[in-house]
Design a protein around this ligand. Structure first.
Ligand SMILES: C[S@@+](CC[C@H](N)C(=O)[O-])C[C@H]1O[C@@H](n2cnc3c(N)ncnc32)[C@H](O)[C@@H]1O
Length: 275
């Protein structure tokens, strides 16, 4: 098996070789196109084909050149447009055809993104690849919701976990999560929100611990519902939020009351704060 790690990756500016292309696994961030890295934008401008999933925002996709072929390989909870194996095979196929392949993934490719599996396949096929980190949803959504995840008055640690239900249950280390002075960010947890709040209280967190759900963080449709472990599930059900959402648990959530700065949907006025 040849390993791609020993192969020099063609620089983005190099002329494309006929024989073998390369795959650029690029984090597209949480939604706001202004949060893309400079490297991501450079690679987007030179891509022959872009494979993107459902979390890549329309604003980011709009930055792809006209000539770039777009392939939607999106995955949603109940609707797997394309299985992971098929995506891996498509990346290999395009690269072997000599193309510069952009694999655009929401947030960061290595944070609940299965980026490792994709480059493992590329590595096994000897295909050169590069990984470009992106702003993961937890960081983007917290920043735009005015929730400083590790404000030192309230938190010493911050953990990211998945609330995705596997076989109908969320298998998390509840005692490790329910620690004082710790912020918890739950990805893919909307459906399990009532259970998550209940379990954290059962394992020792006070019922009045601050908690929030951020819908569509960093985008014009961002909405934030706040409450406590006791009140949040009912508030969220009433607000009828839609995925993608993140749950943030910890007393840092209370800071939003004074630190909320982002005015979603007001392009000319990104801040709601008077200067
Ligand atoms: C499969 S994970 C991918 C995470 C991604 N790789 C990242 O680093 O952000 C998908 C989950 O990320 C969260 N997510 C992604 N974008 C989001 C956004 N703009 N606002 C809130 N949550 C988001 C949601 O919990 C969603 O269900």
């Amino acid at each position: 098996m040849s390993r791609s790690s020993s192969r020099p990756l063609p620089p983005a500016s190099a002329p494309r070789r006929a024989a073998r292309g390369a795959v650029y696994l690029v984090g597209a961030g949480p939604g706001d196109p202004d949060l893309l890295t400079v490297r991501a934008l450079k690679l987007m401008r030179r891509a022959d084909v872009a494979l993107y999933d459902n979390l890549v925002s329309p604003g980011v996709l709009a930055l792809l050149p006209e000539r770039t072929e777009r392939v939607y390989v999106g995955k949603q909870r109940a609707n797997h447009t394309m299985r992971q194996e098929a995506i891996n095979a498509l990346l290999v196929e395009h690269a072997l055809a000599g193309k510069r392949v952009l694999r655009l993934k929401g947030g960061d490719p290595f944070v609940f993104g299965r980026g490792g599996e994709e480059i493992d396949t590329l590595s096994a096929h000897g295909i050169p690849f590069e990984v470009v980190p992106g702003i993961t949803a937890a960081l983007g959504a917290a920043a735009y919701a005015g929730i400083p995840l590790t404000h030192r008055d309230h938190a010493q640690s911050c953990v990211f976990v998945t609330g995705h239900l596997k076989d109908g249950s969320v298998d998390l280390d509840w005692p490790a999560l329910a620690r004082p002075r710790q912020t918890i960010v739950v990805y893919m947890g909307l459906l399990s929100l009532p259970m998550i709040c209940r379990k954290l209280v059962e394992h020792g967190l006070p019922r009045d611990t601050g908690a929030a759900v951020v819908q569509h963080g960093t985008t014009p449709t961002q909405r934030v519902v706040t409450g406590t472990l006791a009140t949040l599930p009912a508030r969220v059900a009433k607000a009828k939020l839609h995925a993608p959402t993140l749950i943030i648990v910890g007393n840092v959530v209370r800071l939003r009351e004074k630190l909320n700065w982002f005015a979603p949907g007001v392009p000319s006025r990104r801040t709601s704060r008077k200067r």
